[in-house]
Design a protein around this ligand. Structure first.
Ligand code: ACO
Length: 331
């Protein structure tokens, strides 16, 4: 039996306790609070405790989402985790670790990696399981401990990222709305602009890769910036068009929280007011696949997502990838 619509029945987030302010970074690399604020809008970020890995953060967000929906873990059919910083480099999937820790004994589990676009990719994927009738309760989690792949000697990257997790529980419903349209994009010709060069099957971990610091993230910030300011608004406009809507129909845009300047550019291109675009990048930095679900949770908790609201979720990241989803709030 197929279902008519999907709805977000519950949501949750988890941010590690430890706050790292820009001033602390001034002690580590040649940077300044003023540079970081003016170039990125970031003021502080969260850092996972030594004992915390991605599954620990994802678990906390998932538990909150289940509690919010009033659903027992045993009722979950599928656990889908968007992450590019899994607990283990190759396997087991982080999703299986969360499934076990939740006690979701009837659920399948797998990871998806579209880096910062991962949560939007996962949300669109999970919605298909609900609409097809294959699943009744799907947990979609975006979780990252990005600070573990940062080179704390590289001022061009280490100031930009933080750790966190967000989750939603999807269910079928008769109430119209949910996913109205989406855009999932990729341009692998830009893979070189944002990557972790060592430790994978192309360049396996060795003394040399570690000595060359190749197990850390490397980024061509200018190229990624140029890509983001074009792709983000384009993806939103295309997905709105597919839903028969215009930017002025959007009640709230929840963009990937990478850089306030990128968010502002996108808002300007789409002619959206400041109030119509959610931002928390100042407090968390870029939490990659966790950024959109954490922002969604905060927007809901702040009363910014009203019944039948049209919300846009859009992200971009390594790949290069991008993803946009237009969602009508039918919860
Ligand atoms: N502190 C002080 N100076 C710095 C720092 C720092 N932390 N980082 C770079 N600089 C210097 C540079 O060395 C450069 O100096 P130079 O001109 O002498 O060479 C100068 O500041 C200007 O550097 P730019 O790279 O031109 O600075 P820009 O204004 O482009 O901002 C930034 C850099 C913030 C990285 C920007 O390019 C950006 O946000 N890019 C997109 C990054 C992004 O969003 N990545 C995440 C993608 S999502 C994912 O999948 C992980």
């Amino acid at each position: 039996m197929t279902s008519r619509y999907a709805r977000i029945a519950g949501w949750g987030k988890y941010l590690p306790e430890r706050i790292m302010r820009n001033a602390e970074l001034e002690e580590l690399v040649d940077t300044s609070d003023e540079w970081i604020r003016s170039r990125s809008g970031i003021v502080e970020r969260r850092i996972a405790a030594d004992h915390e890995a991605t599954s620990d953060l994802g678990l906390r967000a998932a538990q909150e989402a289940l509690h919010c929906a009033g659903v027992d873990a045993s009722e979950v059919d599928l656990v889908l985790v968007a992450t590019s910083t899994p607990d283990y480099a190759f396997f087991p999937p982080t999703a299986s670790l969360i499934q076990e820790a939740l006690g979701a004994r009837n659920a399948g589990a797998f990871d998806m990696n579209a880096v910062c676009s991962g949560f939007v990719y996962a949300l669109v994927t999970a919605t298909q399981f609900v609409l097809s009738g294959a699943c009744k309760n799907v947990l979609v989690i975006g979780a990252e401990v990005f600070t573990r792949i940062l080179d704390w000697q590289d001022r061009t990257t280490c100031v930009l990222f933080g750790d966190g997790a967000g989750a939603v529980l999807l269910q079928p419903t008769d109430r119209p709305g949910g996913l109205l349209s989406s855009v999932l994009g990729s341009d692998g010709s830009g893979a070189c602009h944002l990557l972790v060069p060592g430790g994978g099957s192309r360049n396996p971990a060795s003394h040399q890769t570690v000595a060359a610091r190749e197990h850390y993230l490397r980024m061509n910030g200018r190229e990624v910036f140029r890509f983001a300011i074009n792709r983000m608004p384009e993806a939103v406009a295309t997905s709105l068009d597919r839903a028969g809507l215009r930017p002025s129909d959007l009640d709230l845009l929840i963009p990937h929280q990478a850089n306030q300047r990128i968010i502002d550019w996108a808002a300007k291109r789409l002619e959206l007011s400041e109030e119509a675009v959610f931002s928390n990048v100042a407090r968390y930095g870029n939490t990659s696949a966790a950024s959109v679900p954490v922002a969604l949770c905060e927007a809901i908790d702040q009363g910014l997502v009203r019944p039948n609201a049209i919300i846009g979720m859009v992200a971009f990241g390594a790949g290069l990838t991008w993803a946009s989803a237009i969602w009508q709030w039918n919860t």
